[in-house]
Design a protein around this ligand. Sequence first.
Ligand SMILES: NC(=O)c1ccc[n+]([C@@H]2O[C@H](COP(=O)([O-])OP(=O)(O)OC[C@H]3O[C@@H](n4cnc5c(N)ncnc54)[C@H](OP(=O)(O)O)[C@@H]3O)[C@@H](O)[C@H]2O)c1
Length: 330
Amino acid sequence: MNYLPRDDRYNNKTNYRRCGRSGIKLPEISLGLWHNFGGVDVLENGRDMLRYAFDQGITHFDLANNYGPPPGSAEENFGVIFKKDFVPYRDELIISTKAGYLMWPGPYGEWGSRKYLLSSLDQSLKRMGLDYVDIFYSHRPDPETPLEETMMALDQAVRSGKALYAGISNYPAELTKKASEILKQLGTPCLIHQPKYSMFERWVENGLLDVVENEGIGIIAFSPLAQGLLTDRYLHGIPADSRAAKAWGYLQLEQVDPAIAKVKKLNELASLRGQSLAQMAIAWLLKDKRVTSVLIGASSVGQLKDNLASQKNLSFSVEELITIENILSA
Ligand SMILES: NC(=O)c1ccc[n+]([C@@H]2O[C@H](COP(=O)([O-])OP(=O)(O)OC[C@H]3O[C@@H](n4cnc5c(N)ncnc54)[C@H](OP(=O)(O)O)[C@@H]3O)[C@@H](O)[C@H]2O)c1
């Protein structure tokens, strides 16, 4: 079936926020393809989610070279879907990819060398059938490669036209500042930082949020639902089709039990606010204007729908915020 996106996709369905001090705006909620888009997954389900997201005004899809499994298959599947459904809408989309984790054997298949980053970008473009990506990230800092080399590779990716903007992911605060300074000198300012950030993972509050604000870099928070823990998914056990139950899911079974007491209390508070827990967890991140976008994952259109509705209520009373802090620190 040919896909015709909804005409009303930009009519107040999704809000957009400026990414740092750049020209780009991102949707408050973006869709990541880490899980549920690989070779082990049902392609049509992924396709339904991408179509639904775009119909709701979600303009940003996030990938990486290694997403799958097997590594590379999420980009391949995205390429198949892109060709069928999204080619006419390329200029409406922000598509990102990354390089940093292991992709091929030998000394040049991971980390942050120029050799690895630029070869990987070429491979990603081929897999997705794209001429360029909108954002190319260094996926993780490399303790052995000089930061200058990694940043020069990002600059080169942009200068060659294979990426429009440069980003970094998982870089600590101090290194982010240095990376940003180098990129500015090179003439390719860092557009965005992608850290893990949720009610359960708060390291960015110890310096990184201040650095990105000062440097004019946007923030896109990944795993905002702690891979599904911050939802009602595990309130009554481990569903067979859940990430924790899947052999290839990154969420480990043993991570579920220790979280459940807090999840139950948070879930009660979310109900009092008239939200699902997933909606409250996303809203809690978006209450901070420095957060440009929240990068969710989903395994169904129903979950996406639930999550996108979080934009209806992003405000918290002081009492609610205190209750959340008390639950989290108990
Ligand atoms: N830069 C990095 O190093 C890095 C690392 C990790 C992720 N990321 C990016 O961040 C994206 C999101 O990460 P994530 O998938 O871990 O995000 P997440 O939003 O924390 O978790 C997504 C999972 O939560 C469950 N879920 C989502 N909405 C739900 C709802 N409304 N009700 C119940 N359960 C719900 C689903 O689990 P089930 O599958 O069990 O249904 C879904 O697969 C990735 O796709 C990737 O783009 C980046």
